[in-house]
Each structure stands twice: as C-alpha cells, then as structure tokens.
Design a protein around this ligand. Structure first.
Ligand code: ADP
Length: 183
C-alpha cells in the first residue's frame, strides 16, 4: 500500500527490514544498546561488527539511549548507510506514558533522518514484539506520529516505509492507515 502525502511517499509492506534498500533503517533497540533478539538481532547479524563498535562508543560516551530517544550509527554491511536505533517503551497496560514514548521514537528517528540528509527510511513495528505493545494500538500511534511529522516539517525523507515482518502486523498497519489518513 502506498500513499503520497505532499512530497513524501508512505509505504506499508510485509518483509524483512534488513533487506531494505533505503538510506537508513530503524532498529527497535534496548536502552543499553546491547544486542538483543527480534529485529535488533537480525539487524546486527546482517550489519556486522561496525554497528556493535558504534553502539559501544555511544554506550561509553552517553551511557546508552533512554526510552523514546534515538541514536544513529553506520549500517555496516547492510545496504542502508545508517541504522537509527530507537528505544520503544515496554507495554505496562497503557497508563505509563507508553503512547507518548512510542510517538517520540518515530519523531526522534525522523528528526535524525532530516539532520543526516536521509532521503529514504524504513521502520519496523517498534515495541510490538518482546516489549508487548498491542499491535493495533501501536500502529495508530506510529502512523499518527509520522503524519504529524510530515505536516510539520518540509524536509522529511521522500520515502518513509514500514517493513512489517508478519501478515498480522501488516494488516494492523493497513487498518491503522485508513483510521489515521482516511480512506
Ligand atoms: P521490541 O522489543 O521493540 O518489541 P522486537 O524486535 O521484539 O522489538 O519486535 C518488533 C517487531 O519487529 C515485531 O513485529 C517483530 O515481528 C518484528 N521483526 C522481527 N524481525 C524483523 C525483521 N527482520 N524485519 C522486520 N521486522 C522484524
């Protein structure tokens, strides 16, 4: 599914984000920036040592990355030149600021993209795996955050792609697209 909004194309596809041919892919990282499972493990395996070295340097310098924030490293062996690591919230029932923190992940990642002249970016479904955020809710938060950024900033990347690993997640995002952007 593709939508054209001003100069930006928003795409929702099902697939493996490590194969994405974009300038930057976004990683659902943990706040220690230490290799984990899920999409983080897949990105680190595909990208190789350069990603871990850059994360280790950020750990030394800044102690990691707080929830809702984002940091950038090279993409190593990935097609993508950069990986933007953002730390989604762990789902605790919805009354612990999860939605604001999740929206912040998308906003901070897009801000880093703009600051690094990134024209195309792929996002996974942040927080909906090990961190347990209900996918239907997360999809609405994600697309609302991206929409807000698209309308507030003129220099957004020209391609924003969500690469969703499984069919259920892809379907949730397609439904949320209709809710957030209308038919
Ligand atoms: P979190 O800890 O933020 O919940 P996870 O990595 O556990 O992060 O899951 C986030 C989403 O990423 C889930 O929908 C999961 O299925 C998906 N995912 C896992 N591997 C990949 C991949 N290679 N490409 C795209 N998405 C992936």
């Amino acid at each position: 599914m593709k939508r054209q909004i001003r100069e930006t194309t928003l795409e929702l596809i099902q697939g493996d984000i490590t194969k994405s041919e974009v300038d930057a892919i976004v990683n659902a990282a943990n706040s220690e920036l230490i290799g984990g499972g899920g999409v983080d493990g897949a990105i680190r395996r595909a990208g190789g040592d350069e990603i871990e070295r850059a994360c280790a340097e950020i750990r030394r310098r800044e102690g990691g990355c707080p929830t809702g924030q984002a940091v950038i490293t090279p993409g190593g062996n990935l097609h993508a030149k950069y990986v933007i690591h953002t730390v989604g919230p762990v789902w605790k029932g919805g009354n612990s600021g999860e939605a604001e923190l999740l929206a912040s992940c998308y906003q901070k990642s897009l801000r880093l993209a703009v600051d690094n002249d990134i024209q195309s970016i792929s996002f996974p479904s942040i927080s909906t795996g090990i961190y347990g955020y209900p996918t239907e809710k997360a999809a609405v938060v994600a697309l609302t955050a991206v929409k807000g950024f698209m309308f507030q900033d003129n220099t957004v990347p020209t391609t924003i792609r969500f690469v969703l690993f499984d069919e259920v997640t892809h379907t949730c995002y397609l439904d949320a697209l209709r809710t957030v952007f209308g038919k």
